[in-house]
Design a protein around this ligand. Sequence first.
Ligand code: CIR
Length: 260
Amino acid sequence: MTNPSFEFTRAITRRPAASIVNGLRAEDIGTPDLETMLKAHASYVAALKSTGAEVIELEPLEAYPDAVFVEDTALCLPQGAVLMRPGAPSRMGEVAEMAPALRGCYEDLREIKGPGHIEGGDILVTGREILVGRSDRTDAAGVAELAEIATEWGHSLREVFTPEGVLHFKTDCSLMDAETILSTRRLDASGCFEGYRVLHVADGEEAAANAIRFNNLVLMAAGFPRTAEMLDREGFEVVEIDNRDCAKLDGGMSCLSLRF
Ligand code: CIR
Protein backbone atom coordinates (compact mmCIF):
# COMPACT_ATOMS: atom_id res chain seq x y z
CA MET A 1 0.00 0.00 0.00
CA THR A 2 1.28 3.47 -0.78
CA ASN A 3 1.02 6.43 1.56
CA PRO A 4 0.26 9.63 -0.39
CA SER A 5 1.75 11.74 2.41
CA PHE A 6 5.30 10.67 1.60
CA GLU A 7 5.17 8.47 -1.48
CA PHE A 8 5.05 10.64 -4.57
CA THR A 9 5.33 10.29 -8.33
CA ARG A 10 5.65 13.99 -9.07
CA ALA A 11 6.93 17.29 -7.72
CA ILE A 12 6.89 20.88 -8.90
CA THR A 13 9.83 23.21 -8.29
CA ARG A 14 10.78 26.67 -9.56
CA ARG A 15 14.35 27.86 -10.12
CA PRO A 16 15.31 30.97 -8.13
CA ALA A 17 15.43 34.27 -10.04
CA ALA A 18 18.08 36.99 -9.67
CA SER A 19 15.49 38.93 -7.64
CA ILE A 20 15.94 36.32 -4.88
CA VAL A 21 18.25 38.85 -3.19
CA ASN A 22 15.08 40.81 -2.35
CA GLY A 23 13.28 37.83 -0.79
CA LEU A 24 11.44 38.28 2.49
CA ARG A 25 13.30 37.56 5.72
CA ALA A 26 12.50 37.98 9.38
CA GLU A 27 16.02 39.07 10.16
CA ASP A 28 18.82 40.18 7.85
CA ILE A 29 21.64 37.67 8.21
CA GLY A 30 23.11 38.28 4.75
CA THR A 31 22.13 38.36 1.10
CA PRO A 32 21.67 35.01 -0.66
CA ASP A 33 24.01 34.30 -3.55
CA LEU A 34 22.17 33.31 -6.73
CA GLU A 35 24.92 31.06 -8.12
CA THR A 36 25.30 29.02 -4.94
CA MET A 37 21.56 28.85 -4.56
CA LEU A 38 21.14 27.55 -8.12
CA LYS A 39 23.68 24.81 -7.39
CA ALA A 40 21.92 23.81 -4.18
CA HIS A 41 18.58 23.92 -5.98
CA ALA A 42 19.91 21.62 -8.72
CA SER A 43 21.08 19.08 -6.13
CA TYR A 44 17.65 19.25 -4.44
CA VAL A 45 15.90 18.54 -7.77
CA ALA A 46 18.39 15.74 -8.53
CA ALA A 47 17.64 14.11 -5.17
CA LEU A 48 13.89 14.18 -5.87
CA LYS A 49 14.46 12.68 -9.32
CA SER A 50 16.76 9.98 -7.95
CA THR A 51 13.73 8.39 -6.28
CA GLY A 52 12.11 7.87 -9.69
CA ALA A 53 9.75 10.85 -9.45
CA GLU A 54 9.08 13.25 -12.30
CA VAL A 55 9.98 16.84 -11.42
CA ILE A 56 8.20 19.67 -13.23
CA GLU A 57 10.74 22.49 -13.19
CA LEU A 58 9.19 25.92 -13.63
CA GLU A 59 11.03 28.98 -14.95
CA PRO A 60 12.30 31.68 -12.56
CA LEU A 61 9.95 34.62 -11.88
CA GLU A 62 11.80 37.91 -11.55
CA ALA A 63 8.65 39.72 -10.40
CA TYR A 64 8.34 37.50 -7.31
CA PRO A 65 11.56 37.21 -5.30
CA ASP A 66 10.17 34.42 -3.08
CA ALA A 67 8.68 32.35 -5.92
CA VAL A 68 11.30 29.60 -5.45
CA PHE A 69 9.36 28.67 -2.28
CA VAL A 70 6.56 27.04 -4.30
CA GLU A 71 5.15 25.08 -1.37
CA ASP A 72 3.38 28.16 -0.03
CA THR A 73 1.20 28.58 -3.13
CA ALA A 74 -0.82 25.35 -3.01
CA LEU A 75 -1.82 22.21 -1.15
CA CYS A 76 -1.75 18.98 -3.14
CA LEU A 77 -3.96 16.11 -2.02
CA PRO A 78 -4.89 12.88 -3.81
CA GLN A 79 -8.42 14.22 -4.53
CA GLY A 80 -7.31 17.57 -5.92
CA ALA A 81 -5.23 20.66 -5.29
CA VAL A 82 -6.07 23.89 -3.52
CA LEU A 83 -4.51 27.23 -4.42
CA MET A 84 -3.55 29.12 -1.28
CA ARG A 85 -3.96 32.79 -0.38
CA PRO A 86 -0.61 33.91 1.05
CA GLY A 87 -0.54 36.17 4.07
CA ALA A 88 2.50 37.99 2.67
CA PRO A 89 1.17 40.65 0.24
CA SER A 90 4.29 40.45 -1.95
CA ARG A 91 3.65 36.72 -2.50
CA MET A 92 -0.04 36.86 -3.51
CA GLY A 93 0.73 36.98 -7.26
CA GLU A 94 2.73 33.73 -7.09
CA VAL A 95 -0.50 31.76 -6.85
CA ALA A 96 -1.75 32.70 -10.33
CA GLU A 97 1.70 31.80 -11.68
CA MET A 98 1.40 28.31 -10.17
CA ALA A 99 -2.18 27.67 -11.30
CA PRO A 100 -1.44 26.58 -14.92
CA ALA A 101 1.03 23.89 -13.79
CA LEU A 102 -1.50 22.47 -11.33
CA ARG A 103 -4.30 22.66 -13.87
CA GLY A 104 -2.20 20.36 -16.02
CA CYS A 105 -1.95 17.82 -13.20
CA TYR A 106 -5.35 17.94 -11.47
CA GLU A 107 -8.96 17.75 -12.62
CA ASP A 108 -10.18 19.28 -9.40
CA LEU A 109 -8.36 22.54 -8.66
CA ARG A 110 -9.89 24.73 -5.95
CA GLU A 111 -8.81 28.03 -4.46
CA ILE A 112 -8.94 29.81 -1.15
CA LYS A 113 -11.04 32.83 -2.05
CA GLY A 114 -10.59 34.83 1.11
CA PRO A 115 -10.90 37.09 2.98
CA GLY A 116 -8.71 34.75 5.06
CA HIS A 117 -5.07 33.85 4.38
CA ILE A 118 -3.23 30.55 4.38
CA GLU A 119 0.21 29.43 3.16
CA GLY A 120 1.28 25.87 2.35
CA GLY A 121 4.19 26.06 4.79
CA ASP A 122 1.68 25.96 7.61
CA ILE A 123 0.14 22.64 6.49
CA LEU A 124 1.38 19.18 7.47
CA VAL A 125 -0.44 16.26 5.86
CA THR A 126 0.21 13.16 7.94
CA GLY A 127 -2.08 10.69 6.22
CA ARG A 128 -4.15 10.43 9.37
CA GLU A 129 -5.15 14.08 9.26
CA ILE A 130 -4.19 17.51 8.03
CA LEU A 131 -2.60 19.75 10.65
CA VAL A 132 -2.75 23.48 9.94
CA GLY A 133 -0.80 25.88 12.12
CA ARG A 134 -2.07 29.39 12.58
CA SER A 135 0.81 31.80 12.16
CA ASP A 136 1.56 35.35 11.06
CA ARG A 137 0.75 34.13 7.52
CA THR A 138 -2.22 31.83 8.19
CA ASP A 139 -5.35 33.02 9.98
CA ALA A 140 -8.52 31.40 11.32
CA ALA A 141 -10.58 32.33 8.26
CA GLY A 142 -8.01 30.78 5.93
CA VAL A 143 -7.96 27.58 7.97
CA ALA A 144 -11.77 27.45 8.01
CA GLU A 145 -12.00 27.83 4.24
CA LEU A 146 -9.48 25.04 3.68
CA ALA A 147 -11.30 22.87 6.24
CA GLU A 148 -14.48 22.99 4.15
CA ILE A 149 -12.70 21.70 1.06
CA ALA A 150 -10.66 19.11 2.97
CA THR A 151 -13.78 17.80 4.70
CA GLU A 152 -15.59 17.48 1.37
CA TRP A 153 -12.64 15.36 0.19
CA GLY A 154 -12.88 13.13 3.26
CA HIS A 155 -9.96 14.48 5.32
CA SER A 156 -10.04 15.52 8.92
CA LEU A 157 -8.34 18.85 9.52
CA ARG A 158 -7.06 20.03 12.88
CA GLU A 159 -6.08 23.62 13.66
CA VAL A 160 -2.91 23.98 15.70
CA PHE A 161 -0.57 26.86 16.50
CA THR A 162 2.86 27.82 15.22
CA PRO A 163 5.19 28.98 18.02
CA GLU A 164 5.70 32.73 18.36
CA GLY A 165 8.54 33.98 16.18
CA VAL A 166 8.52 30.87 13.92
CA LEU A 167 7.60 31.63 10.29
CA HIS A 168 5.57 28.54 9.41
CA PHE A 169 4.28 25.46 11.25
CA LYS A 170 6.53 23.25 9.12
CA THR A 171 9.55 25.44 9.85
CA ASP A 172 9.59 23.35 13.03
CA CYS A 173 8.40 19.89 11.94
CA SER A 174 8.21 17.32 9.16
CA LEU A 175 6.60 13.97 8.50
CA MET A 176 9.05 11.05 8.48
CA ASP A 177 6.59 8.18 8.00
CA ALA A 178 2.95 7.38 8.74
CA GLU A 179 3.54 7.41 12.51
CA THR A 180 6.62 9.56 12.94
CA ILE A 181 7.16 13.29 13.06
CA LEU A 182 10.48 15.12 13.30
CA SER A 183 9.98 18.20 15.47
CA THR A 184 11.70 20.83 17.52
CA ARG A 185 11.15 20.46 21.25
CA ARG A 186 9.45 23.87 21.38
CA LEU A 187 6.75 22.82 18.88
CA ASP A 188 6.26 19.34 20.36
CA ALA A 189 5.83 20.96 23.79
CA SER A 190 2.58 22.49 22.54
CA GLY A 191 1.08 18.97 22.57
CA CYS A 192 0.01 19.08 18.93
CA PHE A 193 1.56 15.69 18.09
CA GLU A 194 -0.15 13.57 20.72
CA GLY A 195 -0.61 10.04 19.36
CA TYR A 196 2.38 10.25 16.99
CA ARG A 197 5.93 9.04 17.54
CA VAL A 198 7.99 12.22 17.77
CA LEU A 199 11.72 12.45 17.07
CA HIS A 200 13.33 15.64 18.33
CA VAL A 201 16.00 17.47 16.39
CA ALA A 202 19.17 17.90 18.44
CA ASP A 203 19.29 20.96 20.69
CA GLY A 204 20.83 23.83 18.77
CA GLU A 205 19.87 22.19 15.45
CA GLU A 206 16.31 23.54 15.27
CA ALA A 207 16.77 24.52 11.63
CA ALA A 208 17.02 20.80 10.77
CA ALA A 209 13.33 20.30 11.54
CA ASN A 210 12.17 21.47 8.12
CA ALA A 211 13.01 18.28 6.22
CA ILE A 212 11.00 16.22 3.75
CA ARG A 213 10.38 12.54 3.45
CA PHE A 214 10.21 11.94 -0.30
CA ASN A 215 9.80 8.29 -1.24
CA ASN A 216 12.81 6.37 0.13
CA LEU A 217 14.73 9.53 1.07
CA VAL A 218 14.75 12.15 3.78
CA LEU A 219 16.09 15.44 2.42
CA MET A 220 17.48 17.64 5.15
CA ALA A 221 19.59 20.77 5.37
CA ALA A 222 23.32 20.05 5.62
CA GLY A 223 25.20 21.13 8.74
CA PHE A 224 23.17 19.44 11.45
CA PRO A 225 25.24 16.32 12.13
CA ARG A 226 23.57 15.15 15.34
CA THR A 227 20.10 15.20 13.82
CA ALA A 228 21.37 13.53 10.65
CA GLU A 229 23.00 10.76 12.71
CA MET A 230 19.85 10.27 14.76
CA LEU A 231 17.74 9.90 11.60
CA ASP A 232 20.29 7.48 10.17
CA ARG A 233 20.14 5.40 13.38
CA GLU A 234 16.35 5.38 13.06
CA GLY A 235 16.76 3.77 9.65
CA PHE A 236 16.05 6.72 7.36
CA GLU A 237 18.11 7.28 4.22
CA VAL A 238 19.25 10.88 4.64
CA VAL A 239 20.41 13.17 1.83
CA GLU A 240 21.92 16.46 2.97
CA ILE A 241 21.36 19.55 0.81
CA ASP A 242 23.16 22.88 1.15
CA ASN A 243 20.46 25.18 2.56
CA ARG A 244 22.66 28.10 3.62
CA ASP A 245 21.29 30.57 1.09
CA CYS A 246 17.62 29.58 1.46
CA ALA A 247 18.03 29.83 5.22
CA LYS A 248 18.88 33.53 4.83
CA LEU A 249 15.27 33.88 3.62
CA ASP A 250 13.79 31.56 6.26
CA GLY A 251 13.35 28.79 3.69
CA GLY A 252 14.04 25.07 4.03
CA MET A 253 13.53 21.71 2.35
CA SER A 254 9.74 21.62 2.28
CA CYS A 255 9.33 25.12 0.82
CA LEU A 256 11.15 24.24 -2.39
CA SER A 257 8.61 21.79 -3.82
CA LEU A 258 5.01 20.76 -4.18
CA ARG A 259 4.84 16.97 -3.90
CA PHE A 260 2.05 14.70 -5.09
C1 CIR B 1 8.86 34.03 3.03
O1 CIR B 1 9.11 34.73 4.00
O2 CIR B 1 7.72 33.87 2.61
C2 CIR B 1 10.01 33.35 2.31
N1 CIR B 1 11.17 34.18 2.39
C3 CIR B 1 10.29 31.99 2.89
C4 CIR B 1 9.17 31.02 2.70
C5 CIR B 1 9.47 29.69 3.26
N2 CIR B 1 8.43 28.78 2.98
C6 CIR B 1 8.09 27.76 3.74
O3 CIR B 1 8.59 27.59 4.84
N3 CIR B 1 7.12 26.96 3.30
